[in-house]
Design a protein around this ligand. Structure first.
Ligand code: BES
Ligand code: MN
Ligand code: ZN
Length: 488
């Protein structure tokens, strides 16, 4: 979908649809001033201005456009970039379903944040997980172009805002495309190829560590998980390097890339196991974010690390009771082969630390327990450094993503006790997301670190009015915004 700023006068725009936002109360959109159509619509009861409600008028008087679409903005005083993003999605999905190909959204007021958000929402909204549907009808309805008109706004700044929104949302869709790939098609090797191709496209340096190189380095924790699969593992390193400035900070983004998680010998129940293709959503988030970072060029060095493996069952699979030596030198007793994400992250985080990371943020579909604690609306977030966490949260809010901090008191660390190794890979029955976070922290300390458990936010079981069912691409926007907001 093309997105652009529209500067011609509203009456003359000949698009398939012109769209405006009308709120529950307060001033009506300027277009409504000319005739009584909005008042008629309201008195009919068909449209009240409720958030995300839509109504369509055909051949509107005095306008060249074929249709006029009115979208409810809810309570005007509550309308922020969060609502604007979803409204963009609702509008784009509604237009697409009507077979509209070209549309112009007219905003009477709109700063750059709002414009970026609407554009993001629209690009995210039209995405569908239909790549493998062969029905030719699926391509019949396609929104080709959305233009945004803000009469009276600074057109240059607005154009920049549209560009930013486009870049960020397309990166998030890149992440969703990867997560949507079925596990027979997306293996660690093909994920590594996809990351390499992305880097080549946007001019990032990309390095792949293969099994042999990781063995030489001593990444026993990652390799232990990988050994049950005939698809070999990779560590993907994507580098955005800031040349010639005084900025010394080096942000590492680390993603869990388990292309399929059977649980290993501690095998998962078969019901719902097909969803474990999304166990690489953290990797998807890092790859998507690196793409947008390469294009938006924030003032900080950022390296993306993706540890990618397949957690399978076989004669070579790791067993409960195995003791592995991690890259850090710490030994780990594998009490449950299904707690594999933290094992691969341990080595990836150690590797990031050894390559100069001054700040680390990881994203991982790490625990089912995070959904029990927080439901589907907040990322579970953990840290060893409150200052970094607060900066992260500010950026996440700006990006319209929600995260909720969970505690990391020292007491929880005591849940991780092994009789035979330095630490076990699971704690007890309680606080499962917290012990998982503590496990990773053992490898991140003392570098300031934030851990994002996205197991319950990376996948939508049912479509929303603004977004398709399937992968959400969560964490991409927060990552990108954090890099853009970075102050040394
Ligand atoms: N990939 C899963 C976590 C997960 C569960 C992601 C549901 C998305 C949806 C992870 O590897 C896992 O299996 N975790 C275990 C940990 C347990 C063995 C301590 C879990 O959550 O059950
Ligand atoms: Mn698992
Ligand atoms: Zn997993």
């Amino acid at each position: 979908m093309q997105v652009q700023i529209e500067t011609s006068s509203i009456e003359k725009i000949s698009a398939d649809a012109l769209a405006v936002i009308a709120f529950e109360s307060g001033s009506d959109p300027k277009i409504a001033e000319q005739s009584g159509w909005l008042a008629d619509l309201r008195s009919s009861g068909e449209f009240t201005g409720k958030l995300y409600e839509t109504a369509v008028l055909y051949r509107p008087e005095g306008l060249a456009a074929k249709r006029l679409v009115v979208v409810g903005g809810g309570k005007k005083e509550k309308f922020s970039q969060v609502e604007a993003r979803r409204l963009g999605g609702v509008l784009a999905r509604a237009l697409k379903s009507k077979g509209v190909r070209t549309a112009v959204l007219v905003l009477d007021e709109g700063d750059e944040t709002l414009v970026s958000a609407v554009v993001e929402g629209a690009i995210l909204g039209v995405w569908e997980a239909d790549k493998y549907k062969t029905d030719p009808k699926k391509n019949e309805k396609h929104l080709d172009s959305l233009r945004i008109a803000v009469p009276g706004g600074d057109q240059q700044n607005l154009a920049r805002a549209v560009e930013k929104g486009r870049i960020v949302a397309e990166a998030q869709n890149v992440s969703r495309d990867l997560v949507n790939e079925p596990p027979n098609r997306l293996t660690p090797a093909t994920l590594a190829e996809a990351a390499e191709a992305m880097c080549a496209e946007v001019g990032l340096e990309c390095e792949l560590l293969d099994e042999g190189e990781m063995a030489k380095l001593g990444m026993g924790a990652l390799l232990g998980v990988a050994q049950g699969s005939s698809n070999p593992p990779f560590l993907i390193v994507m580098k955005y390097q800031l040349a010639g400035t005084g900025v010394k900070d080096h942000l590492a983004l680390v993603g869990k890339g388990v292309t399929f998680d059977t649980g290993g010998i501690s095998i998962k129940p078969s019901e719902g196991m097909e969803k474990m293709k999304y166990d690489m959503a953290g990797a998807g988030a890092v790859i998507g974010a690196m793409r947008a970072i390469a294009q938006l060029k924030p003032a900080i060095t950022v390296t993306g690390y993706v540890a990618t493996v397949e957690n399978m069952v076989s004669g070579n699979a790791q067993r409960p009771g195995d003791i592995v030596t991690s890259l850090s030198g710490k030994t780990i007793e594998v009490l449950n082969t299904d707690a594999e994400g933290r094992l691969i992250l341990a080595d990836a985080v150690t590797y990031a630390n050894r390559h100069g990371a001054t700040h680390i943020i990881d994203a991982a579909t790490l625990t089912g327990a995070i959904g029990v604690a927080l439901g589907h609306h907040n990322i579970g977030a953990f840290t060893n450094d409150q200052a970094l966490f607060d900066r992260f949260l500010t950026s996440a809010r700006t990006a319209g993503e929600k995260a909720w901090q969970l505690p990391m008191d020292e007491e929880y660390k005591d849940y991780l006790k092994s009789a035979f190794a330095d630490l076990p890979n699971i704690g007890g029955r309680y606080g499962g997301s917290i012990t998982a976070a503590w496990f990773i922290r053992e490898f991140a300390d003392p570098t300031p670190w934030v851990h994002l458990d996205i197991a319950s936010t990376a996948w939508l079981d049912d479509a929303k009015a603004w977004m398709a069912k399937g992968p959400t691409g969560v964490a991409v926007r927060s990552f990108v915004q954090l890099a853009l907001d970075w102050k040394p």
